[in-house]
Design a protein around this ligand. Structure first.
Ligand SMILES: Cc1ncc(COP(=O)(O)O)c(C=O)c1O
Length: 376
């Protein structure tokens, strides 16, 4: 075995010894409490039909984009879709990236320069962390949702300051104190960047997201909205000023140096937004969340408080969390364990996603099973 193979082997062995070796699995269980398909769009027959109809109206569309957006891969329809999404979110402009990961990496790494400061909530998504790592800026984190720590970091920050948060945290499901963070950002002339991946479709009128629900759309510097969760599609958009859009077209390497998304992906995104515009699903998804929380009330199951579609059940270690997930899966309930290093050691958990399509009976069955789990 050569040195590189030895290195690979030893890193994998380390993970296996700790019981946290990741592996792909295509097993799905009948009752979905795991996917990010909050509104059921990924499985929606209506979305399939709408997408096909939209595609039918685009003459001679190609299977592949054939190049990057700056070369042969741009299309009027993509630009029209970007503007329509920006309008829905009351932003001046938007630029579509091939994924939320690409959007965050491209945005942060291109914006923050040497001498600037990036201050991030300690629980932000890996894609934002990677974007900050790729920049040459000074990087700080603050304790999750802790305004005092954020202010302390803002006081010593230099250059252009960027504060990175999620409106709904992907692994905890809790919500950022957006109004207060926005206030601090204004006080210290920092630019607030909000990842709305898990707020779209769930918060605000017609699921516009938490930033708009709080009327902060003209306050924040940029928003990232991803299409792979409630929208049931793939890709993401960065929302901000027209100048920011032009800047990203010029400097965001994950936008410039990649083949554009194909038109059928854009048609699906366009059609999914039409569905959000046509129907407000938020009351219905809220009723599912409320039912779950009510059923859980008075049990002493350890959770993180959340009013979003993401709920948690905490364990002390990965083997407990894995055993809990397995015991639910045997009963046909698809719930996954989230282990370190995705979450901190000792904070391993079941991550439960509630969906529009989960029947009340399914939610009751889930909670009954959760009540039988052991937490040592
Ligand atoms: C908060 C957050 N931001 C960004 C992403 C990345 O989005 P995508 O899956 O489209 O790459 C995710 C999804 O994993 C996420 O949870």
């Amino acid at each position: 075995m050569n040195k590189a193979e030895q290195f690979i082997q030893s890193r994998l062995q380390e993970r296996a010894d700790k019981g946290i070796l990741r592996a792909l699995s295509s097993t799905n269980f009948p009752i979905d409490f795991s996917s990010n398909d909050y509104l059921g769009f990924a499985r929606s027959a209506e979305l399939k039909i709408r997408t096909a109809t939209t595609l039918g109206q685009i003459p001679h569309y190609k299977n592949g984009a054939t190049g990057s957006r700056l070369l042969s891969g741009n299309h009027n329809f993509t630009e029209e879709t970007e503007q329509a999404i920006a309008n829905f979110h009351q932003a001046e402009a938007g630029l579509i990236f091939n994924s939320g990961y690409d959007a965050n990496v491209g945005l942060i790494s291109s914006l923050a320069q040497r001498g600037d400061t990036v201050i991030a909530d300690e629980l932000i998504h890996a894609s934002l962390i990677d974007g900050a790592r790729l920049s040459h800026a000074n990087r700080y984190t603050f304790k999750h949702n802790d305004l005092n720590e954020l202010e302390a970091k803002l006081k010593v920050a230099k250059g252009n300051i960027y504060v990175l948060i999620e409106s709904v945290y992907s692994m905890d499901g809790d919500i950022a104190p957006l109004v207060e963070i926005n206030k601090l950002c204004h006080q210290y002339q920092a630019q607030l960047i909000v990842d709305e991946a898990h707020a779209l479709g769930v918060f605000g009128d017609h699921g516009v997201g938490l930033v708009q629900m709080l009327g902060l759309e003209h306050e924040v510097f940029a928003r990232i909205v991803t299409f792979g969760k409630a929208l049931g599609c793939h890709g993401a958009i960065v929302l901000g000023s027209t100048n920011l859009r032009t800047y990203l077209i010029n400097f965001a390497r994950s936008f410039v140096y990649t083949t554009a998304a194909p038109i059928h992906a854009i048609a699906a995104i366009h059609s999914a937004y039409q569905m959000l515009i046509k129907t407000d699903y938020t009351t219905k998804i809220k009723s599912k969340i409320t039912l779950y929380l009510n059923l859980l009330k008075d049990s002493n199951i350890p959770t993180i408080q959340s009013t979003s579609a993401i709920q948690t059940v905490l364990f002390n270690n990965s083997s407990e969390a894995k055993a809990a997930a397995q015991s639910l899966q045997i009963k046909g309930i698809d719930v996954r364990a989230i282990l370190s290093p995705t979450v901190a050691e000792g904070k391993e958990r079941l991550r439960i996603c509630l969906h529009l399509f989960n029947s009340d009976l399914e939610i009751k069955k889930l909670v009954n099973e959760l009540k039988t789990l052991k937490h040592e």
